[in-house]
Ligand binder design. Structure first.
Ligand SMILES: [Zn+2]
Length: 492
C-alpha cells in the first residue's frame, strides 16, 4: 500500500477511545513469478449502522455486500480490516476473527471472483499483518506487509521470513543503525537491474551489508572494454565472455556477510515480460541501466506495483579538444509522492519508442535526426560516486536517518563540487504516477523479443579454448572450497 492509504486506514482503525474498529478496502493484484502482491486501491468507509463498535468491533453483512459489489465494478478484490489497539508485531487471528473472515470469504469471493484479503493492525507499534482466504478452510498468511512512501516501512511475518542471525562481520553495520533496522533491511529482497560498473558495485555492497537475498538482472557478457570500470571482473572473465550476472554472483558471494546468502541470477531483459515478472518478486529495485526503454519499464513498476526504484546515472562532458569540461551524476528514488523519471526530465517519452525500434544505436538514424549519439563515457574513478549516491538513497529509504526518508532528487556537479536538490514536481497528468497501484492492469510496456534471447543462447552454446575452461574450473573450485573451509562466523 502507499503511505497515504496506510495513514488513512490507520486513522480510522486506531480510535481515540481505544476500542477496536473495522474497515473495508479494495485491492488489485500484482503477479510476479513466485509472489502475488495485493495492492490496496481504495478505502470504503462504513456508513451509519454498517458496523458495530463495542469492544470487539464487527462488520454487518450489508457493509460487506455493498463493498463487494463496489469492488467488483472496479475489477478489484475485497479487504476486511480490523485493529488490535494493544497489539504489537505481526498479529495472529483470534477465534472470533477467524470465524468472521471465514464467514465473509465466500460472499467476497463469490461476488468479486478474487480471494478475500484479511488484515490486522497492531496499534502499539503500527504493525500490519495480512492473509488471503483462497477457501473457507483457513487463511494463507502473507510474508510481509509493505507501506511505500519516502520512508519504506515493512512488517515481517517472522515465521515465514525468519530474522537472519547477526554475524561477526556485521557488528559495525548493526552498531550504525541498530538490530531492528538490520532485521528489516537484511530480509528485503533487492534486485539490481544492470550489472555494469554501477550495478556491480551496488550488488556487492548490498551483499556485504548482510542482505539475505539479492538478485541481479543482465543478459550481457563482460568484454575487455568493460574492464576499466567493472571492478572485480577479470581478464579471464572477458576472455571467456562470461555473463555479467555470473561475475556479479561470484563477487557478491565473496563479499556476503549473511550466514546463508542467496544470489538470484536473471539472464534476462527487463523489457521482456519474463524480466518484468521476475522483477515483481522484489521489494526494492536498483535501476543501473541506461537505455530509455528499460528505464521506462522500471519507471512504470515503481508506481503501478509499488516497488521503490532507485535510479541514477552519470553524464560526462568534454571540450571539442577532448579535455574534460564537466560531469554530473544524479540519484533519485521513485515512490508514490515523488516525481517519476519523466517528470524529472530524466526520461524522454519519445526516446522510448526510438529505443524499442533500435534507432538509438543506429548511426545513420542518429546522424539524420541531428542527435548526439548516446554518451558512453565513464571512468572508474567516478562510477563509484554514482553507486555511492544510489546506495545512500537506499539507506534513507530503509533506515530513515534522523527520522527522514529519501531526499528530493539529487544532482551533483563535478566541476564546482556542488550538490543540488531538484524542485521538479509531478505532472498533473503523468501517466506513470496516475497508474499507482494498478498492478497487473498496468499499461503493457514490456515486449517479447528474440534479440536478447539470441545473445544469451549463443553464449551458452559457445565453447572456449580448453586452457581457459580449465582455469575457470580451478577458480570455481577454489572459491567453493574456501567458503566451505572458512564459513561466516556467528557473533561471538
Ligand atoms: Zn511522472
Amino acid at each position: 500500500m502507499t503511505g497515504e492509504v496506510e495513514a488513512t486506514m490507520r486513522d480510522h482503525l486506531l480510535r481515540d477511545d481505544g476500542q477496536e474498529d473495522v474497515l473495508i478496502a479494495t485491492y488489485a493484484r500484482s503477479t510476479g513469478n513466485e509472489r502475488t502482491t495485493a495492492l490496496i486501491k481504495s478505502v470504503i468507509f462504513p456508513r451509519e449502522g454498517e458496523r458495530h463498535v463495542h469492544g470487539n468491533a464487527s462488520f454487518t453483512s450489508g457493509y460487506v455486500l455493498r463493498a463487494s459489489t463496489q469492488a467488483r465494478a472496479l475489477g478489484h478484490g475485497v479487504v476486511l480490516l480490523h485493529s488490535h489497539p494493544r497489539g504489537r508485531g505481526w498479529q495472529q487471528l483470534s477465534n472470533m476473527d477467524k470465524e468472521t473472515e471465514s464467514e465473509y470469504e465466500r460472499v467476497a469471493r463469490g461476488i468479486t471472483k478474487m480471494p478475500l484479503l484479511g488484515m490486522t493492525l497492531g496499534g502499539r507499534d503500527i504493525s500490519w499483518s495480512a492473509r488471503f482466504w483462497f477457501d473457507r478452510s483457513g487463511p494463507t498468511w502473507a510474508e510481509s506487509v509493505r507501506s511505500v512512501s519516502p520512508k519504506l516501512a515493512v512488517t515481517w511475518n517472522d515465521e515465514l521470513r525468519r530474522i537472519p542471525r547477526v554475524t561477526r562481520s556485521q557488528q559495525r553495520t548493526v552498531s550504525s543503525w541498530g538490530e531492528r533496522t538490520q532485521a528489516s533491511i537484511s530480509r528485503l529482497r533487492v534486485l539490481v537491474v544492470g550489472s555494469g560498473s554501477v550495478g556491480l558495485d551496488v550488488a556487492q555492497r548490498l551483499a556485504a551489508t548482510g542482505l539475505a537475498t539479492v538478485g541481479v538482472m543482465d543478459y550481457d557478457a563482460v568484454e575487455t572494454v568493460n574492464l576499466d570500470r567493472m571492478i572485480g571482473a577479470t581478464r579471464l572473465d572477458a576472455a571467456l565472455g562470461r555473463s555479467k550476472v555470473k561475475v556479479a554472483a561470484r563477487l557478491m558471494k565473496s563479499s556476503a556477510t549473511a550466514e546463508s546468502f542467496q544470489v538470484r541470477l536473471h539472464e534476462l531483459s527487463i523489457t521482456d515480460p519474463v524480466g518484468l515478472s521476475a522483477a515483481l518478486d522484489y521489494d526494492v529495485i536498483f535501476s543501473c541501466v541506461d537505455g530509455p526503454w528499460p528505464r521506462a519499464v522500471l519507471n512504470a513498476i515503481a508506481y503501478a506495483d509499488l516497488i521503490p526504484v532507485i535510479d541514477g546515472g552519470i553524464a560526462l562532458d568534454t571540450f571539442p579538444d577532448g579535455r574534460m569540461r564537466n560531469g554530473i551524476w544524479r540519484a533519485h528514488t521513485l515512490v508514490p509522492g515523488s516525481p517519476c523519471m519523466v517528470c524529472l526530465g530524466q526520461l524522454v517519452m519519445g526516446d522510448i519508442s526510438l529505443d524499442k525500434g533500435g534507432l538509438l544505436d543506429d548511426p545513420e538514424y542518429i546522424a539524420g535526426a541531428h542527435r548526439d549519439a548516446p554518451s558512453r563515457q565513464n571512468v572508474a574513478a567516478l562510477s563509484a560516486s554514482v553507486s555511492g549516491a544510489l546506495l545512500a538513497q537506499f539507506v534513507s529509504l530503509t533506515a530513515h536517518p534522523g527520522g527522514r526518508g529519501i531526499p528530493a532528487p539529487l544532482r551533483y556537479i563535478l566541476s564546482t563540487h556542488s550538490l543540488e536538490h531538484s524542485s521538479a514536481k509531478s505532472g498533473l497528468h503523468c501517466p506513470y504516477e496516475n497508474a499507482t497501484a494498478s498492478g497487473d492492469a498496468r499499461t503493457p510496456i514490456a515486449e517479447h523479443r528474440e534479440d536478447w534471447r539470441t545473445v544469451v543462447h549463443e553464449r551458452a552454446t559457445k565453447r572456449s579454448p580448453f586452457r581457459l575452461r580449465a582455469l575457470a574450473a580451478a577458480e570455481d573450485f577454489l572459491q567453493h572450497t574456501a567458503s566451505r573451509i572458512i564459513p561466516v562466523a556467528p557473533r561471538g
